[in-house]
Design a protein around this ligand. Sequence first.
Ligand code: PBG
Length: 329
Amino acid sequence: MKELQFNRHRRLRSNASMRALVRETHLHKEDLIYPIFIIDGEQVKNEVSSMPGVFQISMDNLRTEMEEVTGLGIKSVILFGVPHEHDKDEQGTGAFDHNGLVQQATRFIKKEFPEVIVIADTCLCEYTSHGHCGIVEDGKILNDASLDLLAKTAISQAEAGADIIAPSNMMDGFVTAIRAGLDEAGYVDIPIMSYAVKYSSAFYGPFREAANGAPQFGDRKTYQMDPGNRIEAFREAESDVVEGADFLIVKPALSYMDIIRDLKNNFTLPVVAYNVSGEYSMIKGAALNGWIDEKAIVIEMLTGFKRAGADLIITYHAKDVARWINEEK
Ligand code: PBG
């Protein structure tokens, strides 16, 4: 038989050690950012029904939660507040309350677990009675009037000790407004992790139960992006870079891996993938039914985000992933 000419790619796949030697992408515990929901009240630990394994916890349970998180080796958390319905108002004043939920939790963590990076989600929707991310007038979400409140929120979070401000509201000019506010208040060194490219997505469904922040009328389509758009993501990211952002978030992650790669190829800031609530719920649901191998699927998905260009991943799977990484050592 004539000798065939071809390449032997399988040489580098021959056994686990060889595969590990040539693996291009690795997940590290340092890549993970764990979201925590702080709810008003005492002795509360509510499992979010659509997100098994994710809890709304009250301040008095935060120490135990943080001991678990840090014990696993997770080094950053992102905080969301879940206030009582009767504490919500038209302006979302709870968002910039000195004693607000995120402010209290931030102060506690920075005092008791100072090495942990605390990221504060900066938005109004969890605190407004109408559930929108900005001020509402005559059924419209006002852009410019909302900026002042967002800047105030960021400043109060920085005052509480937040290491990073993460604005998720998608008003135009929010990075400019927040940067100016922080600088004026003396927080020139506090970075902004901008939700630069945030799509209007059905994958946020379970989060709205977790954070109790569903819009009471309409939807978020006049401020969050249309899922069909790619070029618009460049415009959004570019604006935020010019306005002074320090990190760029792409959200959701799984259906937007192309956008993660686009941002990585075209901008020099760290790119963050937000692996959102609905992405988590789908995997948990299937895993609880015994339909998939949860560990293998989660690691493959998160490795995919990194291969696509994400430097960091905000994920509800963080604790499980940290545990799996620890077990391998
Ligand atoms: C608030 C906010 C949302 C999420 C993060 N910050 C909800 C939304 O915009 O409707 C979604 C996170 C998730 O689904 O995991 N603006």
